[in-house]
Design a protein around this ligand. Structure first.
Ligand code: FES
Length: 130
């Protein structure tokens, strides 16, 4: 998550996208990690906040989206799992309605540096393997 603009030197290996590539509100899928099974995640932006989550619903483990980069409800206020309709808060990943109410999306730590959304320096995709 990020608030004010950060002017640190950019580590290009950690860049997921430019902040301007995310609508407000908006979302964008990405993959990170190497090998045959990279981790599938997505970013979601609302105002000055950017959050990263694993693209795996806590209900049945499906990806949330059916179409590329479509993770938000039509009014942009919540995240939607298209499989069975679970709704999640953008800022916490908490499921507030649907078959997994009370469960959470798994957070991927991200921050905004020099206008780019980057994955946290200490992030290890292997730690997310199930
Ligand atoms: S897999 Fe997401 S609501 Fe069922």
């Amino acid at each position: 998550m990020s608030g004010s603009e950060d002017r640190r030197e950019l580590d290009l290996e950690r860049v997921l996208c430019a902040l301007t590539e995310l609508d407000d509100p908006g979302a964008r899928a990405f993959t990170v990690g190497r090998g045959d099974w990279p981790l599938s995640g997505f970013l979601v932006r609302r105002g000055r906040e950017v959050h990263g989550y694993v693209n795996r619903c806590p209900h049945a483990g499906h990806p949330l989206n059916l179409r590329p980069h479509e993770f938000l409800t039509s009014d942009g206020s919540l995240l939607l799992c298209n499989s069975h309709g679970a709704l999640f808060e953008i800022s916490t990943g908490l499921c507030v309605d649907g078959p997994c109410a009370g469960a959470r999306l798994r957070r991927i730590p991200v921050e905004v540096v020099n206008g780019y959304v980057v994955i946290a320096a200490d992030f290890r995709a292997e730690a997310f393997a199930d």
